[in-house]
Every structure is written in structure tokens, then in C-alpha cells.
Design a protein around this ligand. Structure first.
Ligand code: TXA
Ligand code: MG
Length: 399
């Protein structure tokens, strides 16, 4: 119960934690820190110069608001004003959610009082602000030691996949920040679910670590609506041009996403690969697998023109999971170099390693990443968040 959440064992003996907290209190350069979802790029939410530092380091458009991270409800309440006739400044609608999901991957929108103790840059001019209590003990300790809410977006360069290891943060922000607190790989791997309970009916603004089904089970949230659109729902299933406004979470490589019922058509894979193969310059392709080998191989093998097969030569184990390397061949003719990552079959492991896999494949210099999608209708799972991120990263979507 977050209401009675006592001081967890603050890992206060850790010198780096103290150093990061001191830096947060005084500097205008943000700090990279782990949460259970993804790494955040944090700054004292009460100081304008500190919050401006986040936008600067990340290259984030200043009209995209940040969320604040709190270590306890007393801290959150001190940034709110009670509505007339209410004793608790936290709106009633959020009580069941907070009780059930905090600390954890859920962000709620709250009315920003006037005047507000938060720096105006946090809310980007909106009358509400987003807040969450993370469950990562390092994050909680950092906020508590700093004594102020930490404003933080994900610690990636804008448009890149969110970082789930300290190394990802360093890769994106090297030279722009001074401290990254390393807490190992993030447990969840995708960002928090963002909900707005200030409107009626309430809406989910971003799918994330907590599934919509679980939110719907809470009192007052039975009629919650989906307030976001995936790229595939915006237009037809036609190819989406790179650089469209939906592009986000994107590696350098082109991402081709196969939705759950993929076996019917693989012409893009064929055309892309065959065109390059005739020039004798072999393309490198990445494959992100979420199913069994046999099911996935169907993408290549169920076509009439291309009887392709894999040959694996070696494993690369420098990344979080193991990446298998080999060639894609047709009648013993080499078609492409192959880099393949298997995310596992349950949605939690898929979410946990997804961004890491996209980054690892980029690192190997592949031109195209073929991703096998998962069914986003799975009850209570974060498959919806996984597919939402993939659809935003993809430039071509097959349905
Ligand atoms: O898991 C997470 O939420 C991570 C970790 C670091 O906590 N943070 C994160 O922050 O993903 P960011 O800034 O990348 O995403 C926050 C989302 C953005 O889509 C932003 O537009 C939305 O929340 N948001 C923030 N304040 C808002 C507001 N007042 N109204 C509507 N949307 C808001
Ligand atoms: Mg982000």
C-alpha cells in the first residue's frame, strides 16, 4: 500500500547514489537513472534551469510535457491543492489505481495548481501534470535523497528506442550528461501506462507496463477508453513513409513489422532481398523472433518465388540475450547476412528485451529489421504496449 509505504531500505551507503542526488539538487545538467520501466533522464522538477537541461540534452521538443517521479504520497500531495470540500488533494478517481499499482509503471494526470511549485517547463504550458511513483528501489532512494520530485522523460535521444540499460543511455547521451546511475537492465522494458482520470470517461493516453484490462477492473475505471491511436489504425495497411509523425522508438534500420497473422504475404521481404542479392552486395538483415523457429521460417518459405533457408554460423553474446548470426540462402545461393534475436514467447520477456534487441541489431549495422509481432489482445498482458511501440517504429506494416 503506497499510503503506508515505509522508508524501504534506502541504499544510502552507496556513494554514487549520494553523488547523483547532490548533482540533482544543484546542477542544471540532468542525471541518467534506472526505473523499473526504462532509464530516465532526471532533473529537479522545481527548478526551471534544471528542467530546461533535460530538453537540451535529449533534443526533445519543448511542447512535449514531462512526468514527475515521487518517492511517497506526502511528497505528491504537497504539489497539489484539494478540490472544494475534499480533504485529500489527490482526486478520488485515482485512489483505487494508486492503491493497486503504485509504486509501479502507471502515470496519472493531475491538476496543476496555480501558482504551482513545479517549474513551468515540466508541463509545457498544460494545466495538468503527469506523476508516478516508480517501484525501482534505486529510483525511490534517489528521489528521497534529493527531497524533490524528479522530472524525467526516457533517457534516449529523441525518436530512438527508450534505453533499458545504462550503456544505452551512455550511447545516446555521451558528452551531454555527467552522471548515469547504473542499476542493471530494467525489469519491465517498456514505459509506464499513462492515464487521464480528470475527464469522463477516463482514458488511457499511452499503453504501457500496466494493461488496460487491469485498469478496467478498478472502481471508476470500468468504462476507460483507449485515447491513443496506433499507426496501423490511422490509415490503411499501406506502407508508411519513414519520417512520418508516427515514427518513434526507431532504430536506424528500417523496421518491417509482421502483425499476428503474417504468413499470408512476404513479398516485401523477397523484393528487398532479391533486389540486393543480384548486385552481389549482400544486405544484412535483422530478425526479431517471438515465436518458434518453424512458425517464423514460414515468412520466408511460404512464398512461391523464394525457397530460402537459414544457415547459422555463430553466436554473438555481447548483448543482453544471444544473437545468432548466419546467412539467408536460396538454393545454396547467399541472399543476405542474418542477425537474429529471440525474445522468448511470453509477453513479459518480449517487453523486457525489445528495445535492447532493436539497439543491438542497429549496432550490427543491419539495413532492415523484420519483427514478428504478437497478438495485442492477450488478457492482462503488456502485449498492447509492445505492439504500440513496434507500430510506431515500423515504416511498413503488414496485416
Ligand atoms: O516509464 C516511464 O513513464 C518513463 C520512466 C523514465 O518513468 N518515462 C517516460 O517519459 O516515458 P516520457 O516523457 O518519455 O513520456 C511521458 C508521456 C509523454 O508521451 C507525454 O506526452 C505524456 O506522458 N504526458 C506528460 N504530461 C502530460 C500531460 N500533462 N498531459 C498529457 N500527456 C502528458
Ligand atoms: Mg520517451
Amino acid at each position: 500500500d503506497p499510503e503506508t509505504l515505509e522508508t524501504w531500505k534506502v541504499v544510502s551507503e552507496l556513494a554514487p547514489l549520494h553523488e547523483a542526488a547532490e548533482h540533482l539538487k544543484s546542477s542544471s545538467i540532468p542525471v541518467g537513472f534506472p526505473t523499473e520501466t526504462v532509464y530516465g533522464l532526471g532533473a529537479d522538477a522545481t527548478r526551471s534551469d534544471a528542467v530546461k537541461g533535460i530538453y537540451k540534452a535529449k533534443g526533445r521538443p519543448t511542447d512535449n510535457p514531462l512526468i514527475i517521479h515521487v518517492s511517497d504520497l506526502t511528497m505528491l500531495r504537497s504539489y497539489l491543492l484539494p478540490a472544494e470540500g475534499e480533504a485529500d488533494p489527490i482526486p478520488n478517481i485515482y485512489r483505487p489505481l494508486i492503491k493497486r499499482f503504485w509504486p509501479g509503471p502507471l502515470t496519472i494526470l493531475l491538476p496543476n495548481p496555480k501558482p504551482s511549485k513545479l517549474a513551468p517547463e515540466v508541463t509545457a504550458g498544460l494545466s495538468s501534470f503527469g506523476a508516478r511513483m516508480p517501484s525501482s528501489p534505486l529510483a525511490l532512494s534517489l528521489i528521497q535523497l534529493a527531497g524533490v520530485p524528479i522530472a524525467a522523460p526516457s533517457a534516449n535521444a529523441s525518436t530512438k528506442p527508450s534505453p533499458t540499460t545504462a550503456e544505452h543511455v551512455r550511447y545516446d547521451l555521451d558528452g551531454k550528461i555527467e552522471i548515469i546511475l547504473d542499476g542493471g537492465p530494467c525489469q519491465v522494458g517498456v514505459e509506464s501506462t499513462v492515464v487521464d482520470g480528470l475527464c469522463d470517461p477516463p482514458v488511457v493516453l499511452r499503453p504501457g507496463g500496466i494493461s488496460i484490462d487491469k485498469i478496467r477492473e478498478c472502481k471508476g475505471w470500468e468504462l476507460v477508453e483507449k485515447g491513443y491511436k496506433d499507426a496501423s489504425e490511422v490509415g490503411s495497411a499501406a506502407p508508411k513513409a519513414p519520417g512520418m509523425k508516427y515514427k518513434h522508438y526507431s532504430p536506424k534500420a528500417k523496421v518491417v513489422l509482421y502483425e499476428a497473422s503474417f504468413v499470408s504475404n512476404a513479398s516485401d521481404v523477397e523484393v528487398g532481398i532479391l533486389k540486393n542479392a543480384t548486385t552481389n552486395v549482400y544486405p544484412s538483415i535483422g530478425i526479431v523472433r517471438t515465436k518458434t523457429w518453424a512458425e517464423w521460417a514460414g515468412i520466408f518459405q511460404s512464398t512461391q518465388n523464394l525457397r530460402a533457408s537459414y544457415r547459422y554460423d555463430s553466436d554473438i553474446s555481447k548483448y543482453a540475450g544471444t544473437m545468432r548470426c548466419g546467412v539467408l540462402q536460396s538454393q545454396h545461393r547467399k541472399l543476405a547476412n542474418l542477425f537474429e534475436v529471440t525474445l522468448g514467447t511470453d509477453t513479459s520477456s518480449i517487453a523486457h528485451s525489445l528495445f535492447s534487441a532493436l539497439r543491438a541489431l542497429d549496432h550490427e549495422g543491419v539495413q532492415t529489421i523484420y519483427v514478428e509481432g504478437v497478438k495485442d489482445s492477450e488478457e492482462g498482458s503488456i502485449a498492447e504496449a509492445v505492439m504500440n511501440r513496434l507500430r510506431k517504429a515500423a515504416t511498413i506494416i503488414k496485416t
